[in-house]
Ligand binder design. Structure first.
Ligand code: PLP
Length: 477
């Protein structure tokens, strides 16, 4: 990825940031024709969630559990200890996590949401509130499941796609204090999602984390991190926050973990594994309660819903993710893709975040109203044109059906192109950019969609749709 420039003699040359790995095992990419893709999309009822993996050439649906493990991780899987109680692989993972975060009690779970489920079942109740920068979907769902209220207090700049604020994941500290004062005993805890997934993979600054932690503690509340992308957040702090550039990503991560009373973590992101989660706690009583629940739903505290080999691979992944050559390449590859699209005038969420590039689908297709799903139209065109799968984050996902008329729209109509870790190369990135540019040139002719079947909850995953045909032509021409 061409990033900055350096001087060689009198010449200024681009500095190329290479993928800091070579490929030992490969997997064939499915190749399809346009005719086949039209058929597959029709069979999927025009909902990319219903496409089959073998019909997708490049899959940018999510970065969750889709990354590539290293040779060292596969080796650790082979030597993982499958002892039912007291697995050595657990103790290795426990000391790795304690060293990395400073946390006292390390509780493995089968993925991030089960760590959330356990945390909220022991901290929130009927009328309690959780205050966060932005709750991730499963986090919000778990808070609400226990009868609590999930309140998002992200800074205003986060809602403006064009704002260049370097830390659009920050919480609004004034609003946080106002809520802590007003809600008093009702507040169960303060939660910071790093990076802010729902807000575009935008980082939170160390300064903001420190201030939020102080506020939470002043009001006697636990300060918890949703740390799925902790390493990407640490790297973005190093790059963007004044005074942090000389510290290592590991030191920065340790600094923010030490501000917290614990964390939940989906290991399927920066854990560099395909399945797994963690709950970290410092309070011995809470940890005791969490372990009792763990036995009920996940398994013994020394495996928590995972095989010994999964614990072993995670211990290695948590070390590898803080390799600065990896983090430099990871963030540069997202920035490179962002730059390629930006150069062609494609409307984007700015600045580039940590794991994905978000396209402003409403600005891309201004002629398609929110209730005809411009984001879905773009995601479907991307598949038809290039076999690339992306995800709509707009009115199909977050809007609400209205009995009287068109859907109540979501605040933004976005398409997320999410990059699995260590999986695709620079030429894949350039191919996707080329397809996007072609779609942008043809943008005037694309039509919207209408829903033919939907469910009451989380409709985006299962909805069936049809293109809105015009009298003279078809969408697929
Ligand atoms: C993925 C994710 C979760 C949920 O984790 P799963 O492993 O998918 O259960 C929670 N919070 C954030 C920020 C995430 O990205």
């Amino acid at each position: 990825m061409v990033e900055t420039s350096y001087k060689l003699g009198s010449e200024t040359l681009p500095k190329t940031i290479i993928e800091p790995f070579r490929i030992k095992t490969v997997e064939r990419l499915p190749q399809t024709t346009r005719d086949e893709r039209e058929q597959y999309l029709q069979e999927a009822k025009y909902n990319p969630f219903k496409l089959r993996g073998r019909h997708i050439t490049i899959d940018l649906l999510t970065d969750s559990g889709t990354g590539a493990m290293s040779a060292a991780q596969w080796a650790a899987m082979m030597t993982g200890d499958e002892t039912y109680a007291g697995s050595e692989s657990f103790f290795e993972l426990e000391s790795t996590v304690q060293e990395l975060t400073g946390v006292q009690y390390v509780i493995p779970t089968h993925q991030g949401r089960s760590a959330e489920h356990i945390l909220f079942s022991i901290t929130s109740s009927g009328d309690s509130c959780v205050l966060a920068n932005t709750h991730f979907d499963t986090t919000r769902a778990n808070v609400e499941y226990f009868g609590g209220t999930a309140i998002d207090l992200v800074i205003e700049e986060a809602l403006d796609p064009t704002s260049q604020h370097p830390f659009k994941g920050n919480i609004d500290l004034e609003k946080l204090e106002e809520h802590l004062q007003r809600l008093g005993d009702k507040v169960a805890l303060v939660l910071m999602t790093i990076t802010n997934n729902s807000g575009g993979g935008q980082p939170v600054s160390l300064e903001n984390l420190r201030a939020a932690s102080e506020l939470a503690h002043r009001y006697g509340k636990p300060f918890i991190l949703d740390a799925a992308r902790f390493a990407e957040n640490a790297w973005l702090i190093k790059q963007r926050e004044p005074g942090q550039s000389s510290r290592s990503a590991r030191e920065i991560a340790k600094a923010f973990f030490l501000l917290s009373d614990g964390f939940t973590m989906s290991s399927k992101k920066d854990g560099l594994v395909n399945i797994g989660g963690l709950l970290g706690l410092n309070d011995p009583e809470l940890a005791e309660k969490a372990r009792s629940l763990l036995i009920l739903t996940e398994g013994l505290p020394t495996y928590g819903g995972l095989a010994g080999r999964d614990l072993a691979a995670l211990a290695v992944g948590l070390e590898e993710v803080l390799d600065e050559a990896y983090l430099e390449y990871r963030i540069a590859s997202i920035q490179y893709f962002h730059q390629l699209l930006n150069q062609h005038g494609i409307p984007l969420m700015h600045p580039a975040g940590g794991h994905a590039v978000y396209i402003d689908a409403q600005a891309f297709y201004p002629h398609i109203p929110p209730h005809e799903y411009p984001g879905l139209a773009l995601a479907n065109e991307l598949y038809l044109e290039g076999g690339v799968r992306a995800v709509e984050i707009g009115t199909l996902m977050f809007g609400r059906p209205s009995p009287e008329g068109p859907d109540i729209p979501a605040p933004l109509e976005l398409v997320r192109l999410t990059f699995p870790r260590r999986t695709y190369t620079q030429s894949h990135v350039e191919y996707i950019a080329e397809i996007m540019v072609q779609l942008f040139e043809k943008r005037d002719h694309v039509k919207g969609y209408r829903i033919t079947k939907q469910s009451n909850i989380l409709r985006a995953f299962t909805a069936e749709l049809e293109p809105i045909f015009t009298k003279t032509g078809s969408l697929l021409s």
